[in-house]
Design a binder for this molecule. Structure first.
Ligand SMILES: NC(=O)c1ccc[n+]([C@@H]2O[C@H](COP(=O)([O-])OP(=O)(O)OC[C@H]3O[C@@H](n4cnc5c(N)ncnc54)[C@H](O)[C@@H]3O)[C@@H](O)[C@H]2O)c1
Length: 303
């Protein structure tokens, strides 16, 4: 047991399994009292059960830690609010929230239904908003706190998970907005893009060359929740963690520009844009092409 989070109260959504569970256990081992939220659903988001969150609370307690279970659905405003309310009622404060809960409903864009789009966006993006919303109202008054969202390398785009990719891109913008809006109150916000062996990553139809365990992700999250990270001014960042690797993503910025004297016309744009503004090649598109080539040759593609 370390003391990175001694005295802190941390709520983790999706904490019943996989990465969320590892984060909850690690936070408790580092001295935090933990709200363990999990709706207890399948990878697709079906068949909820409260046993999943309760089992992790028991694990924390038998290791000598303190935790409380919340089995609500964080894609509802009431669910997100309850996570924070239970922290306040049980422990009197909330120092960190970690929004890990997620589901997958994979389908090519041209076949995707509303039932495949809405719950995925609701669980990831709205489910991060509901908890950030409730927690930030308390943290603003406390003048301290840490918000952590979970994104994915797939925020760059995805062949068969446009719903998931769009939600993960939205989480990055939500985190950056929280970092900007709450900076004056001493509250930080960051995003983590993990690659770890869980039931969710087991379904990926390719060989992941850089992958680690949920515990690797938990170590990064513990650091981001600690006072040390806030003292370093870490906010508005996106970190990948994949086994032994941690990487920071670039902030989006304009790459090249051109100005028209007297306004643009389609003809003037056709003349200027290809040569002087140009394109920024999409790394994922090259990988998708490579994977298609490998698949055509009968190999299991790497990613
Ligand atoms: N595993 C990876 O390699 C990987 C890669 C990129 C991103 N991620 C992201 O990391 C997070 C955790 O993924 P994981 O691999 O541990 O998945 P997992 O399926 O093992 O765990 C997700 C947990 O979220 C819970 N959950 C789902 N909907 C919920 C809801 N509405 N309210 C509360 N809880 C809910 C589930 O019951 C489950 O226990 C997800 O956001 C995922 O998108 C994972």
């Amino acid at each position: 047991m370390g003391n990175f989070l001694a005295g802190k109260v941390v709520a983790v959504t999706g904490a019943g399994r996989g990465i969320g569970r590892a984060v909850a256990l690690a936070a408790a081992a580092e001295g935090a009292r933990v709200v363990v939220n999990d709706y207890g659903v399948s990878v697709e988001g079906a068949s909820p059960t409260s046993e999943v969150a309760e089992a992790v609370v028991k694990e924390i307690e038998s290791a000598g830690g303190e935790a409380v279970a919340v089995a609500d659905d964080i894609s509802t405003m009431a669910g997100g609010q309850r996570v924070v309310d239970v922290a306040m009622a049980s422990y009197g404060r909330i120092d960190g929230v970690v929004c890990v809960a997620g589901i997958l409903r994979e389908r090519m864009l041209f076949n995707m239904t509303e039932e495949e789009w809405d719950p995925v966006v609701a669980t990831h993006l709205k489910g991060t908003f509901t908890v950030f919303r409730a927690a930030s109202a308390v943290m603003r008054k406390q003048r301290a706190g840490t918000l952590i969202g979970f994104t994915s390398g797939n925020h760059q785009g995805s062949v068969s998970q446009a719903n998931y990719s769009a939600a993960k891109g939205g989480i990055i913008s939500l985190v950056r907005s929280a970092a900007l809006g709450l900076n004056r109150y001493g509250v930080t916000a960051n995003a983590v893009a993990p690659v770890a062996r869980t039931r969710m990553s087991a379904g990926v139809p390719m060989e992941l060359t850089e992958i680690g365990e949920p515990e690797d992700v938990a170590a990064l999250v513990v650091y981001l929740l600690s006072d040390g990270a806030a003292e370093q001014g870490i906010t508005g960042q996106v970190y990948t963690v994949a086994g032994p690797k941690i990487a920071v993503w670039a902030q989006p910025r304009e790459l090249r520009s051109a100005y028209a004297v007297g306004g643009w016309t389609p003809e003037r744009i056709a003349e200027v844009l290809p040569g002087s503004v140009g394109v920024d090649p999409m790394p994922m598109l090259e990988r998708v092409r490579e994977m298609r080539r490998a698949a055509a040759e009968g190999a299991r593609p790497n990613a």
